[in-house]
Design a protein around this ligand. Structure first.
Ligand SMILES: Cc1cc2nc3c(=O)[nH]c(=O)nc-3n(C[C@H](O)[C@H](O)[C@H](O)COP(=O)(O)OP(=O)(O)OC[C@H]3O[C@@H](n4cnc5c(N)ncnc54)[C@H](O)[C@@H]3O)c2cc1C
Length: 460
């Protein structure tokens, strides 16, 4: 069987690896493989400018990396806490709760007004809210309604924004905090009043019952994600074409030809590109699926990686999130990478990643490189007091992520399942398979799992 894969990001390369017993060609539009995984050669060592960590509690991901021979490359973080910049100063990011949504005011008292604290504590005794089992809502709308704006703007949006480059108002509960949606389902199905604090407390209680000592929640690769994407490419045995932009898929007999690809008729095609590109590629073969998928929008972001000669004065924290209602900073987050990761601290000096951009805010992606670096240095100093210019800025890398992440809004899961149903109902697309961050979740383990399942379907 001849298989083409469009896109050499994590999803495409994982699928290629899973299909290594077949004849596979991978087409990548840019001049490098890895997509949103991008390790850059800083003089001090390889440094990630896209994803930098993954959820190590996903045993399937750890097993997969072990199968690839990468078990010894996995490293744990220092465990230092994070901060949130709000009201003109940094304060500890609350622990507990779920994605910054607390079950009581205790962990967030230092971040919200007395009125908001009282409102959170009164929520459990307030009338429950209508909740349909299997229903969905935007995270922002739900938390604003129950706890007020401060919890969303100072905590929840900062945390979710760090993962999805979107504010809580642009994100669906079931797609981004599924455990909370399931807990609301459980309350509603059991006939109990549905309250936010009750649901969060239920989750905290079930978490407390989990065995401890499972190791760090997150891991990274010692030499960056290049270890993963290079291993996948190598072990896949696939022919990988870079600078190969595919602009269309056409039916040829029982198979498919790619516009921009080799002169080959493929039995199967896996499309592993971001949602809007996938929609364009499906336009002729499955127009209804394409129209549905085109509803998925992307958020742009920018990462500025900065290496300093000294780490003196850099706080002993893993990172700083910026509250969404803080107008005096442009950056939305800082990862204090050399504090967060002991293997990066060993290199000496300091490594900091500044992140810019949220869905709908494209100022950063269009900004000049010098302005971005100035903003990163100024904002870092305002938030933490660390004077990067005085600390000796030795290396800089500015990475623009056009369409970095899909927006997982409250309609996202329905859009994804409708796209798959419409694709299945398109006779011309019987040999076409779809994967990527938009399809199964943005986190590295979720992308890997979806790509593996897609590869499995493809060779059945
Ligand atoms: C800044 C940032 C930080 C992140 N941090 C983390 C993190 O710490 N932990 C985590 O788990 N996840 C993180 N993520 C998410 C994770 O990196 C992504 O979800 C994942 O890498 C996406 O993989 P993918 O293969 O679906 O898509 P992509 O990486 O986008 O790959 C798609 C590929 O298709 C190619 N392509 C597009 N159009 C065409 C075409 N027409 N023809 C040929 N090729 C084409 C693209 O060039 C690209 O290489 C982060 C993402 C970003 C942007």
């Amino acid at each position: 069987m001849r298989i083409a894969i469009i896109g050499a990001g994590l999803a495409g390369l994982t699928a290629a690896y899973e299909l290594r017993d077949h004849s596979v060609d991978v087409y990548e539009a840019t001049d490098r493989i890895g997509g949103k995984l991008h390790t850059v050669a800083f003089e001090a060592g390889p440094t990630d400018m896209g994803a930098e960590a993954f959820l190590a509690r996903r045993a399937d991901a750890v097993e997969f990396f072990t199968e690839l021979g990468l078990a010894d490359s996995l490293v744990e973080p220092s465990g230092l806490g994070s901060l949130v910049y709000t009201g003109g100063q940094v304060r500890p990011l609350p622990r507990g709760g779920v994605m910054g949504i607390p079950s009581s005011s205790d962990p967030v008292k230092h971040l919200v007004s007395a009125e908001t604290a009282a409102r959170i504590d009164a929520e459990a005794d307030a009338a429950g809210f209508p909740w349909e089992v299997g229903g969905d809502v935007s995270v922002g709308a739900l938390v604003r309604e129950r706890y007020g704006d401060e919890v969303v703007d100072r905590i929840v949006s900062a945390l979710l924004g760090g993962v999805y480059s979107c504010s809580a108002d642009d994100l669906g509960l079931r797609a981004t905090v599924p455990q909370l949606a399931n807990e609301l389902d459980r309350l509603a199905a059991g006939g109990s009043p549905v309250n936010l604090s009750t649901a969060v407390r239920g989750l905290e209680a079930s978490r407390a019952e989990l065995p401890t000592g499972q190791g760090a929640v997150f891991n990274a690769f010692r030499d960056g994600y290049q270890e993963l994407y290079e291993a996948l490419a190598e072990h896949s045995g696939a022919d990988i074409y870079v600078d190969a932009f595919i602009s269309g898929i056409a039916r040829d007999g029982e198979g498919y030809r790619l516009k921009g690809g080799e002169d080959v008729v493929y039995d199967r095609v896996i499309v592993a590109t971001p949602a809007p590109t996938t929609a364009l590629l499906l336009k002729t073969l499955a127009p209804e699926a394409a129209a549905e998928l085109s509803k998925v929008k992307l958020a742009n972001s920018v990462v500025v990686g900065m290496r300093f000669a000294t780490d003196e004065g850099l706080p002993q924290n893993s990172g700083v999130l910026v509250a969404a209602d803080e107008d005096d900073l442009t950056a939305k987050a800082f990862t204090l990478s050399s504090r967060k990761w002991p293997h990066l601290a060993e290199r000496g000096g300091a490594l900091v990643r500044a992140s810019f951009g949220r869905f709908g805010d494209d100022l950063a992606i269009r900004a000049e490189e010098d302005d971005l670096v100035d903003a990163a240095l100024d904002d870092l100093q305002t938030a933490t007091g660390f004077d990067g210019r005085a600390a000796g800025l030795e290396e800089i890398y500015v990475q623009r992520w056009f369409g970095g992440l899909p927006r997982f809004d409250a309609a996202h899961l329905a859009t994804v399942s409708a796209t798959h149903e419409l694709l299945d109902a398109s006779p011309d697309a019987a040999g076409i398979f779809l994967t990527g961050a938009w399809a199964g979740g943005v986190g590295v383990p979720a992308v890997v799992a979806h790509a593996r399942a897609t590869a499995e379907d493809c060779h059945d």
